[in-house]
Design a protein around this ligand. Structure first.
Ligand code: CTP
Length: 406
């Protein structure tokens, strides 16, 4: 789960460094955005060192003065990848901007651009906090669903005593937890996932593989963890970071993937097969590098095991979710796969459609469920698709439980 921490310009900005550590210890991945005023109190370098990530301090790339596309649309990228925006400390000025929709810096623009939940922890002088302008802004933000972690009372940096001190770390962390727990509908479940491509060796330096990036499977793994499941991700080689809170097991070949799945499937209540497994592998992997001979070269392939079908044969009450990459007759082929592989849900995508398929961040899929329900989804980000797949998993597992209780 990814948290974007907005740090704004108050004395309490130094406390945000400790907060980053604490959030990381709680298993969150943290990215920091600072306002210009915050940089007067604490250096971006502190947060860069703590997070190992670039700290965003402005809307436009400052060095060299040249506008570049990456920085111009970065707020949208950050808005899309964050699971929660936390602003601590939040100054009166930032709260006013949020409340009015003013977007004249990165953080206030991000606030408008994100659909993720927002938590603010204000810190300021007691009179500024009590001022009707600030209180009105707070009320307006609360009315909009923003979670406010009220400041503590106590001795303030300005020498006054009263409400205005940044809330303690425990209070901030529990507000963050509470927001995430709103949708813990996979609590108690174990989700096993396969993702990414496989590599099938030809000789010590060559292999057969495919264009799968693993993005869809990783998005499902991340969403399942966020929704409270224990997640075991069995992954072919990808360039992706492991989602927070997920146990990842790296494999290369289809055979290794099958072995890893068999080793862990017993504890899974749901198994989701998002990997693009090579259907065939070279019949013999040469022990030494194959030398060119100049003439034709024929490669003999043999079938790989079908991991999904192997597991589905002994599924018991376990829910089985498969993917189908189709180029034509999507519904017909997907329904056939659902039946033949004895799956409970098939996520079918037409890989020729715009915004679908390999190495893009969006997908266009239809969900075909065992109980006859077809759900055609519009073009969505892979993260949104992941949640819709899990919504179906929750619905289907409720009906399995219902049937077995009858
Ligand atoms: N799958 C698997 N093991 C394989 C092949 C596929 O677990 N050896 C899983 C994939 O992870 C996916 C589904 O089965 O969930 C895809 O089934 P598949 O029959 O391979 O369909 P396509 O890849 O769509 O290809 P084809 O239409 O050629 O069968």
């Amino acid at each position: 789960m990814r948290i974007t921490l907005g740090v704004t310009g108050g004395v309490a900005a130094y406390k945000a460094a400790e907060l980053v550590r604490r959030l990381q210890q709680e298993g969150f991945s943290v990215e920091v955005v600072m306002t210009r005023a915050a940089c007067e109190f604490i250096k971006p370098l502190t947060f860069a060192a703590l997070t190992g990530k670039k700290v965003i301090t402005g809307l436009f790339a400052e060095s060299g003065g040249e506008a570049n596309l990456e920085s111009a649309i970065e707020h949208i990228a950050v808005a899309q990848r964050t699971d929660l925006l936390l602003v601590a400390p939040a100054t009166a000025d930032t709260l006013a901007k949020f409340s009015r929709g003013i977007s004249d810096d990165f953080l206030s623009t991000l606030y408008l651009a994100t659909t993720a939940p927002v938590v603010v922890a204000p810190a300021m002088n007691v009179n500024m906090w009590n001022h009707p302008a600030t209180q009105e802004n707070i009320e307006r933000l609360r009315g909009r669903g923003v979670h406010v972690v009220s400041p503590d009372e106590g001795y303030l940096a300005c020498g006054m005593t009263g409400a205005g001190r940044l809330a303690g770390q425990d209070a901030i962390i529990s507000a963050v937890r509470e927001v995430f727990q709103m949708r813990q509908d996979l609590e108690g479940q174990t989700v096993l996932l396969t993702a990414g491509p496989t590599q099938e060796d030809l000789d010590p330096v060559r292999f057969l593989t495919n264009r799968s990036s693993g993005k869809m499977g990783y998005a499902v793994a991340e969403a399942a963890a966020r929704r409270g499941a224990k997640v075991i991700l069995i992954s072919g080689p990808t360039a992706l970071e492991s989602p927070a809170g997920v146990t990842r097991i790296d494999v290369r070949t289809a055979e290794e993937m099958l072995n890893a799945v068999q080793k862990h499937v017993a504890e899974a209540t749901t198994a989701i097969f998002a990997a693009a497994v090579a259907d065939y592998r070279p019949a013999e992997a040469a022990a030494h590098k194959i030398k060119k001979t100049g003439g034709e070269f024929a490669l003999r392939l043999e079938a790989n095991p079908d991991i999904l079908a192997t597991i589905a044969r002994k599924k018991g009450e376990r829910l089985i979710v498969g993917f189908a990459a189709e180029t034509d007759k999507v519904a017909e082929n997907a329904r056939k796969k659902l039946k033949e592989k004895d799956a409970d849900l098939i996520v079918a995508n037409d890989v020729t459609a715009a915004g679908a398929g390999f190495d893009v961040d969006t997908n266009v899929v239809t969900l075909f469920a065992r109980d006859g329900r077809d759900l055609a989804l519009p073009k969505l980000t892979k993260r949104e698709v992941a949640d819709r797949i899990l919504d179906e998993v929750v619905r289907l597992s409720a009906s399995v439980k219902h049937q077995s209780a009858d």
